[in-house]
Write a protein that binds this ligand. Sequence first.
Ligand code: DAH
Length: 341
Amino acid sequence: MQSLQDILEQYEKEIRSFAPENAADLEAYRIKFLGTKGIVKQVFGEMKNVPPAEKRDAGQLLNAFKEMAELQYESFKHLADAQGSKGPAIDISLPGDALPLGTRHPLRVIENKIVSIFEKLGFSVATGPEIEDDWHNFNSLNMPADHPARDMQDTFYVSQNPDWVLRTHTSSVQARILETTPLPVRVICPGRVYRNETISARAHCFFHQCEGLYVAKDVSFADLKQTLYYFVTEMFGADTKLRFRPSYFPFTEPSAEMDISCTVCGGSGCNLCKHTGWVEILGCGMVHPNMLRNFNIDPEEYTGFAFGMGVERITQLKFQVNDLRLYSQNDVRFLRQFEAL
Ligand code: DAH
């Protein structure tokens, strides 16, 4: 019994220190220990030399040894399978997989460009809330209670409070700036706006605008024109023509809309400009004296200009996007196409 124990201990040591390096090593192990003429068989053969009184213990010892030898084989095999025949499965020295880099949203690309152009002229960025009250979105902008834009058909009201709307334009930020900022002031205000429109290729219930406001002493319409001329040149190139058409906005007097020569056809006429050669990109004007008075600013002392442009329209001209819905569908095939300007 003692000598059997010694033999098994010896073999166990050998098994436990065994480290197969390849399939051949493993097979050699199998043949040596578990084969038909292997060590396990041999030691079981020793049973006949064990005295009957010790057969029970010897049997237990041999079974435990056999189990250990088999288990060891299984775990070696498992390891070898996981590693395949070409060595270890994981090469920790390999560089990691590169994750695809995201791209900027086209509207953000254009918004950043607009902002950076006006920053060069000394404008700073201002923002305001998207849930706005009646005063900042309508009333203070000289839009009285019966103004058609306030209709439920056009504006989203917040059901909890009849005084709250989802802002319909970024002109509300003008109001907030005039309310809080000492003059002179020169700001550009990008942001999202909402209107109760049926969603189609040409209209959406939310879109983006960029508002500009400059109020100081002696600001004139010529300053407005020169500022916008600089913007158009920077954004669309020096060849682009622009024209102002008289228009009406409650918060400016006089008011104008500005068109640029179509960037797609160069003015010769195409679908985008509806064959007119011109595309409207913004509304503008001199800040209405009533609006200045609403914020305790004396219109005899201060004057200012304001403008508001649609970011989607500029993006459409710049990148020739033909369907407004693309901007919010989050299709990466669309989104990946735009590079920073
Ligand atoms: N708020 C106008 C709109 O949403 C755009 C606009 C027109 C803004 C004239 C202005 C402006 O600041 O002076 O259509």
